[in-house]
Design a protein around this ligand. Structure first.
Ligand SMILES: [Zn+2]
Ligand SMILES: [Zn+2]
Length: 267
């Protein structure tokens, strides 16, 4: 059984056919998925998925790339984080990849937004889902500054260097690998995956984006997460089932979700 630790099922290309997605997940033995929030406006839809379906949980947060959207204050996050089935703060973080002609200094608004999310994680004790792209040093610095060693979480869709991975692990964070792991030009990332201890690894699709091989370029879905697991197993020289099981347990532990066995016993 597999879990997808990061997907965007509230996006129209997936939301409009959620029943098909759920059937595809069941057929692929993908038992659970975390629905990630990227704006406050989107939250009701993300949360509705998590309350309507047993296999989904959700987060609350505003993605660093989103501009012209509601800017969340601490209270906005805390209020929503207290609702049932909300298990993390994010996705949040820093993205200096698309500066659109601005300097890093001019991205102060993004750093401020990230700080608010870290404070929310600290206040609630919930894990933080961190998006970081071309901004590893600042991401780590802000986590240290605002987190006070108390905030845990995951660096999702990891594409940074081994040095950033090591620092994230040192801070107590998990590292989540996406379909990028299967891309031909991603050897550096595969080297990182080899080094990250299995007990700190998560797997995700980040769907609808980043479909793994052999679906690269198509609309991604949580049903494809076994391809990420298979690649991680190949890299680590482990059986697929071992990686599936470990990443599921890591997911349950990090997001404080009841173990799947217990959930099944109930029914
Ligand atoms: Zn992201
Ligand atoms: Zn995402």
């Amino acid at each position: 059984m597999f879990v997808d630790s990061h997907c965007h099922l509230s996006f129209p290309e997936l939301h409009d056919r959620i029943d098909t997605i759920r059937a595809d997940m069941a057929a692929a033995r993908v038992e659970r998925a975390l629905c990630i929030c990227t704006t406050i406006e989107e939250f009701p839809r993300v949360h509705a998925l998590a309350t309507a379906h047993d296999e989904f949980w959700c987060t609350v947060g505003v993605h660093p790339d989103n501009e012209g959207v509601l800017e969340p204050g601490l209270e906005d996050l805390l209020e929503r984080a207290a609702l049932p089935r909300v298990v993390a703060i994010g996705e949040t973080g820093l993205d200096y990849y698309r500066l659109n002609g601005r300097s890093i200094e001019q991205m102060a608004w993004q750093r401020e937004r990230f700080r608010v999310h870290i404070r929310a994680a600290r206040a609630t004790g919930l894990p933080l889902v961190v998006h970081t792209r071309s901004a590893g040093a600042d991401t780590l610095a802000l986590l240290r500054e605002e987190g006070g060693g108390e905030v845990r979480g995951v660096f999702h869709c990891f594409t940074e260097t081994m040095a950033v991975a090591r620092a994230a692990l040192e801070l107590g964070f998990h590292i989540s690998f996406s379909g990028i792991l299967t891309f031909r030009n991603a050897q550096e990332l595969r080297d990182v995956a080899l080094e990250v201890p299995l007990e700190r690894c998560l797997i995700e699709t980040d769907s609808p984006y980043l479909a793994p091989m052999p679906y690269r370029g198509k609309t991604n879905s949580p049903a494809y997460v076994p391809h990420v697991a298979a690649k991680l197993a190949e890299i680590k020289g482990l059986p697929l089932e071992a990686v599936a099981e470990a990443t599921r347990q890591n997911f349950e532990r990090l997001f404080d979700i009841p173990a799947l066995e217990k959930d099944l016993e109930k029914t």
